[in-house]
Ligand binder design. Structure first.
Ligand SMILES: [Fe+2]
Ligand SMILES: [Fe+2]
Length: 245
């Protein structure tokens, strides 16, 4: 069958694919814990019921995504799974008030990370991806779009309350936290293999381009629309791109 990873796929590439899906599983499990906490926090802050249920639903989605990622990782030969995380730390720096901390986390997790994830999944949904991979990507993509919307909706609401300008200076840390430290460095030859795409993994350069394009086309304009100055975020991209080149 044509979606079997046992078709000619160089071993180092297969290993990268297995590792990528294993890593995604961890990201999904962390996201599940994060959304479970945000559900409580948004309720405490008096968020509309629709947003609280969206967060609750997101926590369930992420657990399901983790299961699909695990299955795919095993299909590509991953045997050992890292332990299931039991807690995930808040990403906001210490000393912030409760309302600001929640907004920080929602912007980092939803407006940035989920929007970026949507861009990656869309790029990966190429016609020649294996049917099994496509089915998983499509399923996850549908949910991640909703998770990103949750972030924009909460940011819009907090913007209406007039309390979002403080985020501007924090955008670089949020971006730093959302990427692998190696994203702007050169990738090895296997990491650049075009064969990765078919199995749901972006080659390294493509990953970086997709990340930067989604920032410029979606994330930064979205933040600006809701009153967050993206000067510091844009400088971060310039700096990191120049350093990696
Ligand atoms: Fe997910
Ligand atoms: Fe998500």
């Amino acid at each position: 069958m044509n979606d079997s990873p046992s078709e000619p796929l160089a071993d180092p590439v297969r290993r990268l694919v297995a590792e990528a899906w294993t890593f995604r599983r961890q990201v999904e499990l962390d996201a599940a814990l994060r959304f479970a906490r945000l559900t409580e926090q948004l309720a405490q802050l008096g968020a509309p019921e629709a947003l609280v249920s969206l967060a609750q639903r997101a926590a369930e989605d992420e657990r399901r995504h983790a299961g699909m990622c695990e299955l795919l990782a095993r299909t590509y030969g991953q045997v050992d799974m890292p332990p299931v995380p039991l807690a995930v730390e808040e990403v906001a720096p210490p000393g912030m008030g409760f309302r600001e901390r929640v907004l920080y986390e929602v912007v980092a997790a939803c407006c940035i990370t989920e929007t970026e994830s949507t861009a990656v999944l869309t790029t990966l949904l190429v016609p020649d991806a294996t049917p099994r991979v496509r089915a998983v990507l499509r399923d996850i993509l549908r949910d991640e779009v909703a998770h990103a919307r949750l972030g924009w909706a909460w940011l819009a609401r907090e913007h209406a309350e007039g309390a979002v300008a403080f985020l501007a200076g924090h955008v670089p840390s949020m971006l730093e936290g959302s990427v692998s430290p190696r994203l702007f460095a050169a990738g090895g030859p296997e990491e650049e293999s075009p064969a990765l795409m078919k199995h749901g993994v972006l080659p390294h350069t493509r990953k970086r381009e997709t990340f930067v394009r989604a920032l410029r086309d979606v994330v930064f304009p979205g933040l600006e629309r809701f009153g967050v100055n993206t000067g510091p975020g844009r400088s971060w991209v310039e700096r990191r791109s120049a350093a990696g080149a």
